[in-house]
Design a protein around this ligand. Sequence first.
Ligand SMILES: Cc1ncc(COP(=O)(O)O)c(C=O)c1O
Length: 388
Amino acid sequence: MHSIEFGRHCRGLWLLDPDVVFLNNGSFGATPIEVLEVQHQWQYRFEREPIEFVGRHLHRELRNAAATMAAFLGARGEDLVFVENATTGVNAVLRSIAPLLKPGDELLTTSHVYNAVRQAMRYIAALTGARYVEVPLPFPIESATVVVESVREALSDRTRFALFDHITSPTGLVFPVEQLVALCKERGIWVMVDGAHAPGVLPLQLDQLGADWYTGNFHKWLFAPKGCAFLWTAPPWQSLMHPVVISHGYGSGYTAEFDFTGTKDWSAYLSAPAGLAFLEKLGADRVRNYNRELALGAQRVLSETIGIVPPAPADMIACLAAVPLPVDPADEAAAQQLHDWLFNRHRIEVPIFLHNGKLLLRTASQVYNEADQYHHLARVLAQWIADD
Ligand SMILES: Cc1ncc(COP(=O)(O)O)c(C=O)c1O
């Protein structure tokens, strides 16, 4: 029995500015006040006796938190380590495999990749002589099959490593990662899934996915404090894995290396189970269904306003909805201008991305949002289109 009502009724559970129509849970997530309070308790515990905390408790507490989070993700605690964010998870994997790459090997992803991940892949390609390959994918997109078939065509004998988003950033699409992983594994290609937006949004069974690595954020959709993410590594790879920062644990094994990478504030990691408990209090399925309905509604009303058919099929939508805007020229300046107009004039916080020569507006839907907010955005957008 879940009694917390969604939409405006529960907004007071967050610190979000009540004067802002906040449609961008996607960028950083939003941490509930009660989870921040748990985080503060961890910080107090550390401050009260730092030597005792780090020396005698930290490792065990981190491993307990990892086990709790892993159980939710369909994984084993010993295969999961905390990292600050998905960017760090991707970088740790790329740096760990770099010594195995040869000039001419291909590192493959798609054109919907998150830009920081693109940059990390390009960096490792430059360092090793490997080639960075980006599979062009359309947007609007007709079906998930387009993703699978485009990737199938682009894989070659030289593809050594592939990375796929579980939910894409600029376009907000759920990719068929099960099929993409299978496609790579049939060919002996190492495969990583970037699930930055997935935990709390999509049901996950990491042990059954067949990927070599999976990284995901707990701070975006799982209500954890900022700087809380994980990296899951398939057991055969673990002895080769190293964190981005090498510290005392070097050579002591996967979890020992990642659990201590120098002094820092571990409170976000230790509060991940509180974020999960918050999700479970709301009801994980109930949250998923509510957010998906909101996202589909947002996609519908914004597409109508722009005068297009919805740019992605319903089975590729979970919590984000992107629509292409009728803007010419479409450039960074136009994106910034529209973002600022929406925020300064209408107090609507929503991201506008320049993607493949088009401006995309991407809404996010979290339980503190409600349908009225997307209708309001659509009315404001109609005014902007009419005035342009
Ligand atoms: C697909 C994808 N990967 C990686 C990231 C990076 O997340 P973080 O900033 O937490 O590292 C994002 C952030 O939006 C993303 O959407």
